[in-house]
Design a protein around this ligand. Structure first.
Ligand SMILES: Nc1ncnc2c1ncn2[C@@H]1O[C@H](COP(=O)(O)OP(=O)(O)OP(=O)(O)O)[C@@H](O)[C@H]1O
Length: 319
């Protein structure tokens, strides 16, 4: 288990991570989400041992993770950290970039492992190519393979798919996270992308201004977001008086957080005027207005500006 206890760390006068407490079971996949600048990367670097904490401790099982004060070369050997600027050698080939992390004493095994990893990240065709000739997304895939070469106990990924096209991203995500589960590698991912999270992450941690404000199983967090900030990290969300759509609620001060898919056009309900329809492939996201309040909902049918319609709740409970 990874155990973070009362950790604080000031990066500057303006930013600090404050009193973090966190436990992550071995083999779990965890995402760290939060707005840009909230401290996700800083937390990953603390876990890797790139910074010395101001207070508190970080342990992986019985090993204390400590920073540059205690290590000439910071970073723990059983952890791999894939940063946003992948650390590859540009003038050697893709496979050499991976092999340099494997033992030269066993060339056959090293070759096999390299090919296995290139297959996971779908870069086998580029094995002999020089890294400097690769695109950003291809470099990111090589960096991913490199981070797995030595089979870390913990893999820390910072925006791991940010440069990778949608065509490949979904397949790569499926392959990577199932490989990590199979190998029982604990994985912590800092991400902005909610599709990284929902299907693959067992646990999600939400950070706001240097503080952990939520830590829960991912589905639970998605279904019951406690605040607008948390819900909005998963996509568009409406925060509206609950009684507008739920007639069982009498208190007009109670607010409801509703994702667009929870609201539908109906024969009776709340009067709204359509402002805009956004084509999303299998459905439309409709932006409508009730008085001055925007309400987003999903529809299989396109609506047009100024259409007058009524909205109702699709589900009271999200399950
Ligand atoms: N070396 C540094 N010196 C001073 N301030 C820094 C340094 N590194 C980061 N910061 C500041 O610390 C805060 C947290 O940065 P961090 O990179 O951890 O955020 P983040 O949540 O990962 O952001 P993003 O999602 O944009 O990558 C930011 O306000 C950033 O400007």
């Amino acid at each position: 288990m990874l155990r973070i206890t009362n950790v604080s760390y000031s990066i500057s006068d303006r930013f600090s991570l404050q009193n973090l407490n966190l436990q992550i079971e071995e083999g779990t996949h965890v995402s760290i989400i939060g707005e840009s600048g909230c401290g996700k990367t800083t937390l990953l670097k603390l876990i890797y041992g790139l910074y010395d904490t101001d207070t508190g401790t970080i342990f992986w099982k019985d090993h204390q993770i400590t920073g540059p004060k205690d290590h000439l070369v910071p970073g723990m050997p059983f952890i791999k950290h894939l940063s946003q600027d992948f650390d590859l050698m540009p003038f050697i080939s893709v496979e050499e970039n991976i092999k340099k992390f494997l033992s030269r004493l066993y060339p056959k095994e090293s070759e096999q492992r390299t090919q296995e990893l290139l297959e996971v990240v779908e870069m086998s065709a580029f094995a002999k190519a020089h890294v400097k000739t690769l695109s950003g997304g291809q470099k990111q895939r090589v960096a991913l393979a490199q981070s797995l070469a030595k089979e870390p106990k913990i893999l820390l990924l910072d925006e791991p798919f940010s440069h990778i096209d949608n065509f490949r991203k979904n397949r790569l995500r499926r392959k990577l996270f199932s490989y990590l589960k199979k190998q029982h590698i604990t994985c912590i991912v800092a991400t902005h992308d909610s599709t990284d999270i929902l299907s693959y992450m067992d646990q999600t941690i939400v950070i706001r201004e240097g503080e952990i404000i939520a830590n829960a199983p991912t589905r639970e967090l998605y279904k019951n977001p406690k605040t607008h900030y948390i819900a909005s990290l998963f996509g568009e969300v409406n925060e509206i008086p609950a009684h507008w759509l739920d007639t069982t609620i009498t208190d007009s001060n109670t607010l409801a957080l509703l994702y667009p898919y929870q609201i539908i056009a109906a024969n009776t309900g709340l009067d709204v005027t359509v402002k805009q329809s956004y084509f999303k492939g299998g459905y439309y996201l409709i932006e409508s207005m009730h008085n001055d309040t925007p309400i987003f909902f999903e529809s299989s049918k396109e609506y047009f500006p100024s259409d007058q319609i009524k909205l109702a709740l699709k589900t009271l409970l999200m399950d």
